[in-house]
Design a protein around this ligand. Structure first.
Ligand code: SAH
Ligand code: SF4
Ligand code: F3S
Length: 468
């Protein structure tokens, strides 16, 4: 039996005219949404230079790893990938090897010593400069670009992975100093984009058929604090709340999201704005990291559990069905059993829709990495296993509320495991599967907002039947 993939009404964005045939490229992206957005822009640059997407990593003429160093295991991944490519390069000197992103920034020159086959090592602030850097490589140099760089508005058209949902950078970098975190040292100081530039990008996405945008920042709530301007009431002119109002009416965009939120800066005004503006989706990703006030202090997070709970209460007061996700770290240096239990209690109390968990991993140039009270590996493993079971149990319990409900789902992609199905997300960010063809013969396309009656509920996804 053959299955016909669903028709799609939306085409991928037109590619910039190919100037010359430079061969093929392959990008592998590790890490967070910021890296994914950077990779899309770097792919756009490569295509405008005349590269085309390779069919596989081992066939490509240019291989770029956009790396993450948030934990040691994330960092180590790239070295095993690089080993394979370095070996390939010994037989194929024309292969161009690039390491971009956060490991590149952290290691800089020393990456060249470790992997001498590399052509280019470039930090995240240099993503938009890929063409210039490759020209230097072409002239025979090995290039390291890790100096602080002011991120200029780029004229690059990103090669977006999704034809429906687009990432839009709002603020780069992070000025916080959480004692465990490597991000400020690899992503640099905060740089907010001008609201006009952000709106232009969103208008362009809308004109190309995109329906959803996600405004991105490591600390999105800090948006605008580096931009000049005070309102007549003496308030900062540029805040995330103002930005949301400013971009809300872009025609064609149906949904707006933002990530990641910091509990220290998450304001009531922001919550009210999300409740009042219809395109703002009722999903909030607000990492709490620990459910214990002493651990939070040692992490230098700048809020208490009580403040965190007040934010959640306020969100649920204004948007009762909102979904809340978060990140948490277990086995932070010195975390006692009792303190760890407070994190489990917080998870039970809030009833999160999802929590990304990790065991603490010491990172270079971070204060906590040098503390003497590191916990043994066995404690990390045991706590992580236990917390994951609690998270999954909670997520499933939260998901049962969807059973039988009709949810608005944005069709975002084709289910690769079952091409007669489309995948999408509810406004609350739940991954949902449904048939592209309804029982009355109607075909749904990517980009459609579809009403789906939820029939099956799993821990992290839903499936259902379309209803007209
Ligand atoms: N800016 C966001 C998150 C950035 S990193 C915030 O402030 O919450 C994504 C997640 O990785 C963090 O939320 C944290 O839970 C985790 N993380 C960061 N550094 C870590 C480390 N050294 N060990 C374990 N997990 C870490
Ligand atoms: Fe890291 Fe803290 Fe900045 Fe988040 S807010 S990126 S955890 S330093
Ligand atoms: Fe990783 Fe860098 Fe993002 S360290 S989590 S890719 S900011």
């Amino acid at each position: 039996m053959t299955t016909t993939p669903p028709r799609t009404s939306i085409q991928l964005p037109p590619r910039t005219a190919v100037l010359s045939d430079r061969g093929s490229y392959w990008i592998t992206t590790f890490g967070c949404q910021m890296n994914r957005a950077d990779s899309e822009r770097m792919a756009g640059i490569l295509e405008s230079m005349g590269y085309s997407q390779a069919t596989g990593e081992l066939e490509a003429d240019l291989v770029l790893y956009n790396t993450c160093t948030i934990r040691n295991n994330a960092e180590q991944k790239v070295y095993s990938y690089l080993g394979r490519q370095a070996q390939r390069k010994r037989h194929n000197p024309n292969l161009t090897l690039v390491v971009a992103g956060c490991v590149a920034q952290q290691e800089g020159e020393s990456l060249l010593r470790r992997v001498p086959e590399l052509d280019l090592v470039m930090g995240p602030q240099h993503a938009n400069r890929l063409e210039t850097l490759l020209q230097q490589v072409d002239s025979g140099q090995q290039v390291v670009a890790t100096e602080t760089h002011y991120i200029l508005e780029d004229i690059t058209i990103a090669r977006r992975d999704s034809p429906v949902c687009g990432w839009v950078n709002a603020i780069y970098g992070c000025n916080e100093r959480c004692t465990y975190c490597v991000v400020p040292s690899v992503r640099g100081l905060e740089q907010s984009r001008r609201p006009e530039a952000i709106r232009l990008e969103i208008e362009d996405l809308a004109a190309r058929g995109f329906k959803e945008i996600t405004l991105l920042g490591q600390n999105i709530d800090a948006y605008g604090r580096d931009l000049p301007g005070i309102t007549s009431e003496g308030r900062r002119q540029h805040t995330l709340t103002d930005l949301l109002h400013y971009v809300h009416d872009v025609e064609g965009i149906k949904r707006i999201r933002f990530a990641t939120s910091h509990p220290r800066y998450f304001t009531e005004r922001l919550i009210d704005t999300c409740a009042d503006l219809p395109k703002l989706c009722e999903h909030f990703h607000i990492p709490f990291q620990s459910g214990d006030n002493d651990v939070l202090r040692a992490m230098a997070r700048g809020y208490t559990v009580e403040r965190y709970l007040r934010i959640i209460d306020r969100i649920r007061e204004r948007m009762p069905d909102a979904s809340i996700s978060a990140d948490a770290i277990v086995a932070f240096p010195g975390e006692t059993d009792a303190q760890y239990k407070h994190t489990l209690e917080l998870i039970e109390e809030v009833g999160f829709d999802q929590v990304n968990t990790a065991a603490y991993s010491p990172r270079p140039h971070t204060p906590a990495a040098n503390w003497a009270n590191q916990l043994p590996e066995a404690v990390k493993v045991a706590r992580l296993q236990e917390i994951n079971a609690v998270v999954e149990h909670n997520a499933r319990a939260r998901n049962t509320r969807y059973t039988g409900r009709i949810e608005e789902v944005l069709a975002e992609g084709i289910n690769p495991k079952n091409p007669v199905q489309l995948t999408g997300r509810t406004r609350t960010n739940r991954l949902t599967f449904f048939n592209s063809k309804s029982s009355d013969g109607h075909h749904y396309n990517l980009g459609d907002l579809v009403n789906v009656r939820i029939d099956a509920v799993r821990s992290f996804s839903l499936s259902g039947t379309t209803v007209s």
